[in-house]
Design a binder for this molecule. Structure first.
Ligand code: ATP
Length: 313
């Protein structure tokens, strides 16, 4: 058995003159979460479509759960679950029956099906509503049931499209926790998202697509370390000190400080190793002492913006 849940090499997909995927290479280790990021039209849905065997690639290869997406289509289909298609849920049936029917359909014995259904109902906070018809569920409950139905077959690889979208903040946090829980059950998860916080919180690795190509890949921490910038913010007691500090840092050369007078703070991106020392020295020689000095690690949103502005320039 291959160690990777997904292996993609030189994958291309064209629709007539439109090149949707242009030579994608990608490996997703088993039991991990991959976050696929990119603007509209970047190629995310097309990549998922090829991996889920709904689209045939124009060139290159892709293996999912060890099976080739073209030569072993039916094996791939048996190994995957695609959530976000609420069509899999029958609204007239109870939450529990929805799960039992699918588990039985995919070969689980009666007792095993019941055990799987109960575990998922518990995990997804649906145990109390398990006997009610799904049509009486709230939007958030339906999304959770939809995901449970996808999982009751025990797919090796799960594709999730924007799992947090349309959920209130509390349900979104619950959903994130559940997605993380899936890897504990042995599944590999691929999620597409436009929400950087979602990717940051959930993904072990992130692949950023643009124009059908991979423009950045790595763990959230790696991407932040490689592309993002730490910042230092000095906070002052008076407006006068704030202005003096801003001038001093501006004169220090290469620091590019940004002044926020209403909050009496000056922020500087730390792009070089010596920037922090330069900042402290500049403040010292101007005889202004900050009331507070805070350091902030880069966020994934900053990384994404930097990647996109690089592409524009
Ligand atoms: N069936 C199709 N026929 C023609 N062009 C297509 C088809 N499907 C996708 N495309 C084109 O392929 C490119 C990639 O589209 P895709 O839907 O994969 O992007 P995406 O990253 O999923 O975008 P979104 O976030 O908007 O869903 C786009 O230029 C799109 O117009």
């Amino acid at each position: 058995m291959s160690a990777a849940a997904i292996e993609v090499e030189g994958l291309g997909k064209s629709f007539g003159d439109v090149t949707a995927l242009d030579g994608i290479d990608l490996t997703v280790p088993r039991g991990t979460v991959l976050g696929l990021l990119g603007h509209n039209g970047a190629g995310k849905s097309t990549l998922i479509g090829v991996l889920a065997t709904l689209l045939r690639p124009t060139r290159g290869t892709a293996r999912v759960a060890g099976h080739d997406v073209v030569a072993d289509k039916s094996r791939v289909r048996r190994s995957i679950g695609v959530a976000g298609q609420s069509t899999t849920v029958d609204p007239a049936m109870s939450g529990r029956d929805n799960l039992l029917v699918i588990a039985r359909l995919f070969g689980a014995g009666r007792r095993d099906a019941r055990a799987r259904a109960d575990r998922l109902l518990d995990l997804f906070g649906l145990a109390d509503a398990a006997g009610r018809p799904a049509r009486t569920y709230s939007g958030g409950m339906r999304r959770r049931l939809d995901l449970a139905v996808t999982l009751v077959r025990r797919p090796e690889v799960v594709f999730l499209d924007e799992p947090g979208t349309g959920l209130d903040p509390v349900s979104r946090l619950d959903m994130w926790e559940m997605v993380r829980g899936l890897t504990g059950l042995g599944s590999t998860v691929v999620l597409t998202t436009q929400h950087l916080e979602e990717a940051d919180r959930l993904a072990d690795s992130i692949t950023v697509l643009a124009g059908g190509r991979v423009i950045a890949a790595g763990s959230p921490e790696e991407l932040k370390g490689r592309i993002g910038r730490r910042t230092a913010t000095a906070w002052f007691a008076t407006d006068e000190e704030t202005v003096t500090a801003h001038r001093a840092l501006d004169r220090a050369g290469g620091l590019r400080p940004v002044c926020d007078r209403p909050h009496r703070s000056v922020t500087t991106a730390l792009t070089r190793d010596r920037d922090l020392a330069d900042l402290v020295r500049a403040l010292d020689s101007a005889a202004v002492e900050p009331a507070r000095l805070t350091l902030a690690e880069p966020g994934l949103d900053q990384v994404y913006l930097a990647l996109m502005s690089e592409r524009r320039s």
